[in-house]
Write a protein that binds this ligand. Structure first.
Ligand SMILES: [Zn+2]
Length: 59
């Protein structure tokens, strides 16, 4: 288990979702993508959003 984390609100979403304990950035990105699809109706992640998520992931 790693320490990669991400909070939806860090990219400006009014959302309490967060990922903790991700083992890699890719894993956190994947979890965030599933969440974005389910909670935010994003069938695919736009590249600008992906870049923001990538920048907001902390380790
Ligand atoms: Zn969210």
């Amino acid at each position: 288990m790693g320490n990669y984390s991400f909070k939806c609100k860090d990219i400006g979403m009014q959302c309490g979702f967060e990922v903790k304990g991700g083992s890699s950035k890719d894993e956190v990105l994947q979890i965030a993508a599933v969440h974005a699809k389910a909670a935010h109706g994003m069938q695919t992640i736009p590249s600008d959003v992906a870049a923001k998520v990538n920048a907001a992931i902390k380790s």
